[in-house]
Design a protein around this ligand. Structure first.
Ligand code: KIV
Ligand code: ZN
Length: 565
């Protein structure tokens, strides 16, 4: 048995991670990610910011109910995940947060208030005394609702440390059980962050009664280093996201922190209970669903993380893997990506592979849809890999009944070559049952032709802001995965060009408060699609984004956030 402390893993992929530019997850996608995070073994799952919008509230509530009690993959941990919600230090936020998490067996309210002079002066326009009073009032109120209360002094990394000690001593007295120290703007150096933690623990009254937590942003590429430095100085909870996604340059990547501890057991005074072989799969799932491509050279989960290119390295690895590998691919699940199914694989093999991938709870109908897509792919592709399955299932999660798409493709025909490309597209409007048919010419190729035809069919003028295409795996039969970002061009007919002066805004990202909201803001939506035919993959991605736009208009998915984080 170890005499080390357990490191609490607090995952914020669905809250801070979802604030990444371009990321808008539907409720169904969030639940799927939450289930996988629970299996991965995270201790606390921050499911969202309930007051931000009805969509956020619904997602947090559904996760509390559906994921909060799950024990799959948590046998060694012995308890289900704690569901946390974020709340500003105001009663309405805290109450709303509680209402959303209430049904989780283990729940936490995470409330925050900025403490740096910059934020007090320019953002909150309050003095230090008012700051302490607000923080104490918030924690005291949260404590009347739940036992488990976390407080974050936002922008702690640039706050006066003695003032921080004052605020933190006061919130401990008011009942906070976890104190999270955010480097909100990713400003700190590892030494600096570590010594700040040491100083705060030494000088805060009651510091031994609480868990100290690190929350580092990656603006200088130092989030992991700062978090690890924090652990060496008393941090026992880390706030992290899958693939390090998050605001601006992102948050601390869970896989990096956990694998650093895993690789250096003698160095760190903590142990973790994460099922590390699930890292690769969940990384791909989050990447597919969020549309945030993982850079190939990303530590631990990048496509090149275990590839040895140079002859000298290959020779070394063939002789003994440890010559150039500090982590074996199996430890993070990177070996499984080449495990294959083929067209002769039956339902049982397919079901068992889905179970291994964590998609074991599909209904009969969902299973049948997945099996049909697999068979269709296996007909055109000799080897269907685990990566292919994750891409297919991510698509299915997005397009599943939980977030019923308004428009579905019925038929698609494209002609292209040395002359202009043409596309004939037939869609069905599932709300009205109408079949819609149109054709268009694409001067720059078949994808433009398809997109133009779809715009006419859905009666919307759409601006394409991002188009990414990549192959999942190798070979000419590789599945193509397309990710797009779009915005509706509302200037049509107004005589003005929608132009680049428009302020861009994600439906799920923080927005300016209504009184200083820019007039011309533009809401963006991402979409993704996978198919062995890249035109079809692009069509699926485009329609997926349009369906999010339509669902947002109808209030079926998260709308614009009304408040800032
Ligand atoms: O970065 C930050 O300060 C945050 C807080 C809300 C914890 O995300
Ligand atoms: Zn943050």
């Amino acid at each position: 048995m170890t005499n080390k402390d357990k490191l609490i893993i607090f995952d914020t992929t669905l809250r801070d991670g979802e604030q990444s530019p371009g990321v808008t997850l539907t409720i169904h996608e969030k639940i799927e990610i939450a289930k996988q995070l629970s299996r991965l073994g995270v201790d606390v799952l921050e499911a969202g910011f309930p007051v931000a919008s009805q969509g956020d509230f619904d997602a947090v509530e559904r996760i509390a109910i559906e994921v909060g009690p799950l024990m799959v993959g948590r046998e060694a941990i012995g308890k289900p995940v704690t569901i946390a919600g974020l709340a500003r230090a105001v009663p309405a936020d805290i109450q709303r947060c509680y209402d959303a998490i209430a049904k989780a067996p283990h729940k936490r309210i995470h409330t925050f208030l900025a403490t740096s002079d910059i934020h007090l002066q320019y953002k909150l326009k309050i003095n230090r005394d008012e700051c302490v009073a607000r923080a104490v009032a918030a924690v005291s109120f949260a404590k009347t609702l739940v036992d488990d209360v976390e407080f974050s002094p936002e922008d702690a990394g640039r706050s006066d440390q003695d003032f921080l000690c004052r605020v933190l001593s006061a919130v401990i007295e008011a009942g906070a059980t976890t104190l999270n120290i955010p480097d909100t703007v990713g400003y700190n150096m590892p030494e600096e962050y570590g010594s700040m933690i040491k100083y705060l623990i030494a000088n805060t009254k009651g510091s031994d009664k609480v868990i100290w937590s690190a929350h580092c942003h990656n603006d200088l590429g130092l989030a992991t280093a700062n978090t690890l430095s924090g652990i060496m100085n008393g941090i026992r909870q880390v706030e992290v996201t899958i693939n390090g996604i998050g605001e601006r340059a992102g948050n601390t990547a869970i896989e990096e922190v956990v694998m650093a501890i895993h690789t250096h057991p003698a160095f760190f005074p903590v142990y973790h209970t994460i099922n590390t072989p699930l890292f690769f799969r969940i990384s791909q799932l989050v990447s597919s669903l969020s549309g945030m491509v993982v850079q190939s050279n990303k530590a631990i989960v990048g496509a090149n993380a275990f590839l040895h290119e140079s002859g000298i390295h290959q020779d070394g690895v063939l002789k003994n893997k440890t010559t150039y590998e500090i982590i074996s691919p199996e430890t993070v699940g990177a070996n499984t990506i080449n495990l294959v199914l083929g067209k002769h694989s039956g339902r049982a093999a397919f079901r068992s592979r889905l179970q291994e991938l964590g998609f074991g709870e599909l209904s009969d109908e969902e299973f049948q849809i997945a099996f049909n897509s697999f068979k269709a792919l296996a007909d055109s592709k000799k080897r269907v890999t685990e990566q292919d399955l994750i891409a297919l299932l991510s698509d299915q999660v997005s397009a599943s009944a939980g977030d019923k798409p308004t428009f579905v493709i019925k038929t698609l025909q494209v002609v292209s070559g040395t002359t202009f490309a043409t596309a004939t597209v037939q869609l069905q409007n599932t709300a009205t049952g109408d079949i819609l048919l149109d054709a268009a010419i694409g001067k720059s190729g078949p994808i433009e032709a398809v997109f133009l035809a779809i715009q006419r069919l859905v009666s919307k003028k759409i601006r394409l802001l991002k188009f990414d295409i990549r192959a999942v795996g190798e070979g000419v039969d590789a599945l193509g995965q397309v990710s797009v970002k779009i915005a509706e061009d509302k200037s049509v007919g107004s005589g003005s060009d929608s132009g680049d002066d428009v302020v861009e805004e994600e439906p799920s990202s923080s927005s300016s408060s209504s009184n200083n909201k820019p007039q011309n803001h533009r809401v963006t939506y991402h979409g993704h699609g996978a198919d062995s035919d890249i035109i079809q993959a692009a069509t699926k991605a485009y329609l997926n984004a349009i369906n999010r736009l339509v669902a947002n208009e109808n209030g079926r998915v998260q709308g614009e956030r009304k408040v800032d984080v």
